[in-house]
Design a binder for this molecule. Sequence first.
Ligand code: FAD
Length: 417
Amino acid sequence: MRGRAIERVTTVVIGAGHAGLAASHFLGDRSIDHVVLERGEVANSWRRERWDSLRLLTPNWQSRLPGHRYDGPDPDGYMTMGEVIEFIERFAKVSDAPVRTGVDVTSVRRAGDGYHVTTSGGEIRCRTVVIASGACNRPTVPPFGDAVPASVEQLTPFDYRGPDGLPDGGVLVVGASATGVQLAAELRRSGRPVTLSAGEQVRLPRTYRGRDVLWWMDASGLWDQRYDEVDDLTRARRLPSPQLVGAPERTTLDLNALMSMGVEPVGRWAAVRDGRALFSGGLRNVFSLADLKMNRLLDTFDEWARTHGRDAEVAPPERFAPTRVPESTRLRLDLRGGEIAAIVWATGFRPDYGWLDVPVVDEKGRLRHEGGVVDSPGLYALGLPVLRRRKSTFIYGIEDDAREVVDHLARHLAVRP
Ligand SMILES: Cc1cc2nc3c(=O)[nH]c(=O)nc-3n(C[C@H](O)[C@H](O)[C@H](O)COP(=O)(O)OP(=O)(O)OC[C@H]3O[C@@H](n4cnc5c(N)ncnc54)[C@H](O)[C@@H]3O)c2cc1C
């Protein structure tokens, strides 16, 4: 890079997913000059890191970005990956975002009263940086994955495209959040024996009292709950995604549905010993906790409908059958015996800040921030779980967060012009 001019710009936004583009929208509104740096293409995560059959689990009417919303014929449907990419690309075009694609940010460090950004395309000096590089850059795999016998193929949701990519035979899906239940169902439908290792889970019906459950989350104000009102913020930020699928038939995909399809549940995977997977017992407790929490949530919805005079516009309250507990569940599974040909780790995702040379990442790899205001002046973040509200990681949640974070950024610039 020696000898190359250093470009100067007021704000660098890292990432051209919906979060970075929303930041760009509000920066543009305030005439703050900026660039959006993207190592791949616009909506790169949806293009490269998701499986083929995935649809959004949020209904189309919730696909809403600043000044840009779904206006097609099926507001209650769920977008395919192609539709999501198109939706986000269109947003980049209509908001005229200054995106530079194919530019990898390799370092951000403090310099003077701002930051020095090193990229695959050159050096940039800026006053402020918005980190919108995503919350799900790397799949999480427990360390005992290394002890799985080599004869068993291991995949993460980043490698998985569809059942055809897996060797013939049984599959052990690990994790019962949105990703795990969706992949377990798809693999089972392809005719394979599927075992699902289920730890903590968030059970939700797809529809409740005739409305999409996410309509209730929104209308009742639950999704708008702010980060500084949440009782246990650390926990809220680590909660698994809900057991939901965006199927056109609006089906519920909980453990009961999966067991009816023939998926075998086992407890949380605790260790590998001598080529055997060891699972925790206590599935009964795990299931009853998920049922209890779901019922509490439905109680909250009912209470909201009653106290806000909305009872007449929705169907009567309903309750769902408790999760069935199998008479006995296996506590171990021999991974050398040929029963399991592949393991799919649906054990969550984490961000990657390997390029961030500012000491704002804690020992668990999480960014230290207060509602997106990172612990270093002029550094901001968007798109992380419960960043400013419960809905923060969803497409639907970015508008309010991005507006407020850019407000803060503008004040920062105004105080020290
Ligand atoms: C499996 C799955 C299903 C989901 N389903 C839904 C859903 O149904 N509805 C919903 O609303 N949300 C859903 N989400 C959550 C969320 O909308 C997505 O994670 C979304 O991609 C987050 O948007 P983002 O802009 O914050 O990050 P991303 O879309 O991940 O964008 C970050 C961008 O930054 C780029 N980048 C990263 N590092 C660098 C770097 N060093 N230099 C340059 N560029 C970089 C990446 O290439 C990427 O394009 C889902 C998430 C996952 C993982």
